[in-house]
Design a protein around this ligand. Structure first.
Ligand code: ASP
Length: 350
């Protein structure tokens, strides 16, 4: 690691996404391109007084193709280079960025260096690109130190346009706005304007200094069930009986409500009795599950459905993958789902 006075050492991990794509002149379709093309389009990067190295996915991918193995690749790259760099910038497509940010927050235990994920809505070669600004600001955030000379950000965060957000609190909310990400249940970590204004009081800190521990095993046997009026018992039963499934993130209405009729509650109760773990997460973009507010929410709690409080869907599903991947029993998974592991939800840890 560099000393406080030396040039910050930043490792860029380029996975793909719009930021590095170019248009096929014949079909007009965007396809990922390599890192040299990307850096050639940001000559300003050389004005930063940083030591910058890069690793790239070969080939770079559209983030719709991102999967558990890719998360493992990113986590291993960070692990292998952890002691040699002050910070890490991951260039990633926006579509699944919030899932990757959430997954990495669980996979990188004891993280105390910045892992800043960014991308763009327009390719970096376009005249009006947001990619150049996002890349440069992400590097500055990754290099930033506080008044004690420590890394300012010691967690996985998403940098996009005007906001630095906690990774496992973020969701993509727009397919075309430059401000494409929001964290509706947790304050932004920094406001990006003329300056980068960090909100130090909300930055994640562990109360210990332990070596980085990387957990690569993520169990894919989890799924979303999204409630909608008109859902039938047979559809519900089909999904709850998916072969091999261990955990379900149930995306409910409002403050965690669901139908209270027998066609719905019986299959849910039976699934829980069979050992399925079900987590209640609201479909709303803001606010929290409150199982005590309505009878319809309380029914789920009585059946043994765990409340996800104000967790995002992205953090909920990746947290389940992580907990099952760690080999936890159903009872342990249920217990940890009620705790905040790395700032992903608002609960008292007692
Ligand atoms: N489809 C692209 C991706 O997620 C979109 C983007 O990067 O903005 O890779």
């Amino acid at each position: 690691m560099t000393s406080n006075n030396s040039r910050p050492k930043i490792l860029i991990i380029y996975t793909g996404g719009t930021i590095g794509m170019i248009e096929n002149p014949e079909t007009k379709v965007l396809k990922p391109f390599d890192f040299t093309h990307l850096i050639d389009n940001v000559p300003k990067i050389k004005m930063l007084n940083y030591d910058i190295d890069n690793i790239q996915f070969d080939p770079p991918i559209d983030s719709s193709n991102m999967g558990i193995n890719h998360w493992g690749q990113i986590a291993k790259a960070i692990e292998a280079n952890y002691d040699s760099y002050d910070g890490f910038v991951i260039l990633h497509g926006t579509d699944t960025m919030a899932f990757t940010a959430s997954a990495l927050s669980f996979m990188l235990e004891n993280l105390n260096k910045p892992v800043i994920i960014t991308g763009s809505q327009l390719p970096i070669g376009e005249v009006r690109t947001d990619g150049e600004e996002n890349l440069i600001t992400a590097m500055q955030v990754a290099a930033a130190r506080n008044s004690h000379g420590e890394a300012m950000v010691q967690e996985v965060a998403i940098l996009f346009e005007n906001h630095l957000l906690r990774g496992n609190r973020s969701s993509k909310v727009s397919a075309d706005n430059f401000n494409a990400f929001m964290s509706t249940n947790y304050p932004e970590l920094a406001r990006i304007g003329l300056d980068i204004h960090f909100h130090e009081e909300v930055l994640y800190r562990t109360d210990h200094k332990r070596p980085l521990l990387v957990h690569e095993n993520m169990d894919p046997n989890v799924m979303f069930i999204v409630l909608h009026p008109g859902m039938t018992r047979s559809t519900l039963e089909h999904m709850l009986n998916t072969p091999g499934i261990k955990g379900v993130v149930l995306k409910t209405y409002g403050a965690g409500n669901s139908p209270s009729d027998e066609w719905f509650t019986t299959p849910i109760q039976e699934a829980i009795q069979r050992g399925l773990v079900i987590l209640n997460v609201t479909q709303c973009v803001n606010g929290s599950v409150n199982s005590n507010l309505y009878d319809t929410g309380n029914t789920l709690a009585r059946a043994g459905v765990i409340s996800g409080n104000d967790i995002t869907s992205e953090a909920a599903i990746t947290k389940m993958m992580y907990l099952f991947g760690m080999g936890k029993t159903n009872v342990q998974v249920k217990k940890y789902l009620q705790y905040s592991i790395c700032g992903e939800m608002t609960v008292k840890n007692n």
